[in-house]
Design a protein around this ligand. Structure first.
Ligand code: ADP
Length: 557
């Protein structure tokens, strides 16, 4: 007896002209752990082999119904693969068969037969493994190819879902991406093998119950062949998606989980270690693509923002240039007059020079406003916090000597001291009072009213009885360059920057500004400040820093 390595168990089909010999062989093979099918001669021989493809065909050379050569060619053609054939020849058989891989002549001992069968079955098993590997590699190659071609999120996630499912020969595939704000994995459309509605509404939380069942970042991937009865998964998700068996691999970048790839349902065979390794390989490649896509979308968003900033800046420059030109022309006109007309009476000359000074001041103000806006917007501006005794400060800050208008000060005694930037606070009070005067062209009273609100805030209001503001335009007033577009308002010159600056200053103090108004009946502009703006700002900065840290932490599901 010849000893060899034991044969891997396989499926052997026997075609023998002698039925008894066929059955004897079948018994021996079954005893060695193989599955055996004895094929009866006749019309259906080729069909029978094809219906249950064997790993090895054992045939007697004398098998002639139908002729053996034709059967082998037919089977190989139908199955599209190499089928090893071991031919058994009688001593008297003198012929040979081109299609055979090996031939064994009777009489042979069972050890020799075992050895030949084992060799052929092993070669066949190795060939099958190789073929599968080639298929998998081809699949992986297709995945990376798809990543580079994919256009946008839908393309990438769709390809990834389909390719992952195809590589694992499964029915369904899906990509979920981590959303840090809501701390959940969001299914990406399109999935593969899912109804669009199933995918659109699917969210998988990463905290709470889901986390206590399975933490994909810490515990890694998951294979389950009873998905709906698996305690590691949320049962309703398994039911909603109709999952039977699943392999889930996280898309990991360093300590963070960017998302998950889920492949599900393969009725032909349960998922195993090899499938998991394959999906992990796909996930490894996909992570780079998913991260690139995320960065790409971020850059796109930032670009849109930059373009918008650029547009607003250009608009700003155009308007400011226009606003500068007007007073400059006036200054130039009066200066020329004074220069070219030596006989102008002294009073007129003084008048002209006063106009020149006023216009120069106007220009300086405009330049300051422009600069201040830019510095606050870019975060370069530092408020200078001081203690401010509000009562006397307000009385001093509000310009009182305004023609045709009486300004009433309503400041309760013992109004508190606060911490604020006095120069900027003065700017807010002046802007609001000057506006109240400007936009009450018929004169009338203006009230500056101050109150404490609770024990941590103060409220200041400037009330006028002037033009008022139409309801549909009130919402935008605190934005840059917003001016009320009625004939009466536009007759009064202005830039639309004052209220925007007031908002930047008040918000820089940790406060809020608002307006209540009725067209034709006057307006009330009010703002609230915390008693200590420096603390409020420090708290805000700490909160912002905390948020930034949390955002980084949150990207780790
Ligand atoms: P400016 O007065 O230089 O145009 P502001 O930013 O101070 O710019 O004000 C923006 C717009 O809000 C003004 O153009 C005006 O139309 C409207 N507005 C401001 N204050 C009042 C007010 N008290 N009554 C009516 N309208 C006002």
């Amino acid at each position: 007896m010849i000893l060899g390595r034991p044969a891997p168990p396989g499926h052997i089909a026997i075609l023998h002209s002698d039925v008894e010999k066929a059955n004897a062989l079948a018994r021996t093979f079954r005893g060695a752990g193989h599955r055996v099918t004895v094929i009866e001669k006749g019309r259906r021989v080729t069909q029978s082999v094809i219906e249950h493809p064997p790993d090895l065909l054992l045939a007697s050379l004398s098998f002639s119904d139908p002729p053996l050569g034709g059967v082998i060619r037919g089977v190989r053609l139908a199955l599209g693969m190499e089928l090893p054939v071991l031919v058994v020849a009688d001593v008297e058989d003198t012929g040979s068969l081109l299609e055979a891989d090996d031939i064994i002549r009777e009489p042979f001992d069972s050890g020799e037969l075992d050895l030949r069968v084992a060799t052929l079955l092993r070669a066949q098993a190795e060939k099958r493994t190789l073929q599968r590997k080639v298929q998998e590699l081809l699949g992986l190659y297709k995945v990376s190819w798809a990543f580079s071609l994919a256009g946008g999120a839908e393309g990438l996630y769709g390809h990834l879902a389909r390719q992952s499912a195809e590589i694992l020969r499964a029915e369904k595939g899906l990509v979920l991406i981590f959303e840090p704000e809501r701390r959940q994995m969001v299914a990406q459309t399109p999935g593969f093998g899912f109804e669009p509605a199933q995918v659109e509404r699917l969210r998988y939380p990463v905290d709470g119950e889901a986390r206590s069942r399975w933490n994909f970042r810490k515990n890694g991937p998951l294979v389950s062949n009873k998905a709906q009865a698996d305690t590691r998964l949320l049962p309703r998700v398994g039911a909603d998606l109709g999952l039977e068996s699943v392999v889930i691999a996280p898309l990991v970048r360093g300590p963070q989980a960017l998302g998950l790839i889920l492949v599900a349902n393969r009725p032909a065979a349960p998922f195993g270690e090899e499938d998991l390794n394959l999906l992990l390989a796909v996930a490894g490649q996909a992570t780079v693509a998913v991260e690139n896509l995320r960065l790409h979308e971020e850059i796109k968003r930032a670009n849109i923002q930059l373009e918008e900033h650029d547009r607003v800046k250009s608009e700003f420059v155009a308007i400011v240039a226009h606003d500068f030109r007007k007073p400059l022309m006036a200054i130039r006109g009066f200066a020329e007059l004074v220069l070219e007309e030596p006989d102008i009476p002294v009073e007129a000359r003084q008048d002209f020079m006063r106009t020149v000074i006023n216009e120069t001041e106007h220009l300086a103000l405009l330049a300051n406003d422009t600069l201040l806006i830019t510095r606050i917007e870019t975060g370069e501006f530092e408020f200078r916090w001081r203690e401010v005794d509000l009562g006397p400060f307000i009385l001093d800050a509000v310009p009182l000597g305004l023609s045709d208008h009486s300004v009433l000060m309503d400041v309760p005694p013992g109004f508190p001291k606060i911490v604020a930037d006095p120069d900027r606070l003065r700017q807010v009070l002046t802007n609001l009072t000057m506006n109240a005067v400007k936009y009450s062209p018929q004169g009338g009273s203006i009230t500056v009213r101050c109150r404490e609100r609770g024990s941590h805030h103060v409220v200041m209001e400037v009330v006028d009885h002037g033009l008022g503001i139409p309801l549909d335009q009130i919402g935008k007033l605190f934005q840059k360059f917003q001016r009320v577009r009625t004939e009466e308002h536009l007759r009064i010159s202005g830039t639309g920057l004052g209220l925007y600056i007031c908002r930047l200053i008040v918000e820089g103090h940790g406060g809020q500004i608002w307006v209540e108004s009725e067209l034709g009946n006057g307006s009330t502009f009010g703002f609230v400040l915390p008693l200590d703006a420096s603390k409020a700002q420090a708290q805000r900065k700490a909160l912002e820093a905390e948020r930034a840290v949390k955002a980084i932490r949150d990207t780790s599901a």
